[in-house]
Design a protein around this ligand. Structure first.
Ligand code: GLA
Length: 401
């Protein structure tokens, strides 16, 4: 027990320390941010974010971790609206592209920040056969089906349940996709849980169960720019993908079925390379994608049980942005990752802070099963049957160098 005298001394020391801390932060001012982001209170806050054309109310949740990182997620499309992460001086910036209001997303969203499903990426001719029955899906990408169809999971309103853990703030989103939706068989009960952890990870856990055999492939579609959203193109980011092979595509971006070595090609990111270093090379695969828009076959597929608690030893991708010092690492239970270099961005979208999103101003890393797997028997299966549980965990983790 402290004596009264000792207690008074301790209180005085603490007070002096607090005053010194305050005067330091004041003296540094806004121009020279303190080297570490300020400690913040772990929190989840809710606000209204408007209504859809169908009159459905949309909510926006702000998750804040103890280091001051903030993730804003809305119930429309399960969209990550903003994500603030510190640079090497501790200065926070929003590192994902998007709109300021719901209206922008509803009007024209090239999947900024969205949950994509029931099948992320492409299914050739919008068709597949399962247990002898042929299913026809909505075609929304030329002749092909892309990211779940005309009204995919990126355009539905999810039900939200916020939560706090000792070292994380989170949001659980649920959605029931009805039998026949966009042509898919089976009622699919889905949940997507975003957890912003105190080790600066944004963990996304996907779960699904069905009452009829179906195909499932859920992913997350943020466009990242680690220099800050809208602040230049992403060509200077240095990228490492832990993958010796990729799935080459045809002119419609449908995989041929081959798993091809990246060795000696511009697809080789086994060692870090600037995204822009080879993107415009005279290479057939790059021509088809207008740049990188391909699925890499990851060398490691860690178990969900590992990624639930820690990420050690399971690195899939690392991206480093030299001017800000920001590093993003991706860990996933999925066998593949689509790396898309924002080739379709063309300056026609004005996003948050009135920033114009020009060619290659953002890149996506979409952990997933391989595109067109329902039609490729040699690819890992995407079939989900009654009684089984689909699980996918991806962590986007932020640090600085
Ligand atoms: C995915 C696809 C791209 C493109 C974007 C959205 O990443 O692979 O071809 O459709 O989504 O514009």
């Amino acid at each position: 027990m402290l004596s009264k005298k000792n207690f008074v001394c301790l209180a005085a020391v603490l007070l002096i320390m607090a005053m010194m801390f305050c005067s330091c932060t004041k003296r540094d001012g806004d121009e020279k941010p303190s080297p570490k982001p300020q400690r913040a209170e772990l929190s989840v806050e809710k606000q209204d974010f408007g209504t859809t054309a169908d009159g459905e109310a949309v909510e926006l949740y702000t998750l804040t971790n103890s280091n001051g990182l903030k993730a804003k997620i809305m119930t429309y499309g399960g969209i990550l609206v903003s994500l603030e992460a510190p640079d090497r001086n501790g200065k926070l910036a929003d590192v994902v592209l998007g709109y300021e209001t719901l209206d922008g997303y509803v009007r024209n969203n090239p999947y900024f920040g969205a949950i994509v499903g029931r099948y992320a990426n492409r299914i050739a001719n919008g068709e597949f056969t399962l247990d002898g029955t042929k299913y026809s899906l909505a075609k929304n990408n030329g002749e092909n089906h892309l990211h779940g169809g005309i009204k995919g999971f990126d355009k539905v309103v999810w039900t939200a349940e916020p939560f706090k853990e000792e070292d994380a703030a989170g949001l659980k989103l649920t959605y029931l996709s009805k039998d026949g939706e966009e042509g898919y068989p089976g009622n699919l009960a889905c949940s997507v849980t975003y957890t912003l952890t105190n080790d600066n990870g944004l963990k996304i856990s996907f779960d699904a169960q069905t009452d009829k055999a179906t195909v499932v492939n859920l992913s997350h579609h943020s466009y990242f720019n680690l220099a800050g959203q809208g602040d230049g193109n992403i060509l200077g980011h240095r990228l490492m993908i832990n993958a010796d092979r990729f799935t080459p595509v045809d002119a419609g971006l449908i995989p041929t079925g081959e798993l091809r070595s990246v060795k000696g090609t511009p697809m080789d990111f086994t060692q870090p390379f600037a995204i822009g270093a080879r993107i415009d090379e005279d290479d057939e695969q790059l021509k088809y994608g207008g740049g990188y828009d391909h699925n890499w076959v990851l060398n490691k597929t860690p178990a969900a049980s590992l990624l639930r608690s820690k990420t050690a030893g399971a690195l899939a991708v690392r991206v480093y942005e030299p001017t800000s010092g920001r590093v993003m690492e991706v860990y996933t239970t999925e066998p593949g990752v689509q790396f898309y270099a924002g080739n379709f961005l063309d300056g026609s979208i004005t996003g948050k802070d009135n920033k114009i999103y020009k060619h290659r101003y953002g890149f996506c890393l979409e952990p997933q099963h391989f595109p067109d797997s329902p039609n490729k028997p040699n690819f890992p299966s995407v079939v989900l049957r009654p009684g089984q549980r689909y699980t996918h965990i991806t962590v986007y983790k932020f640090s600085v160098r």
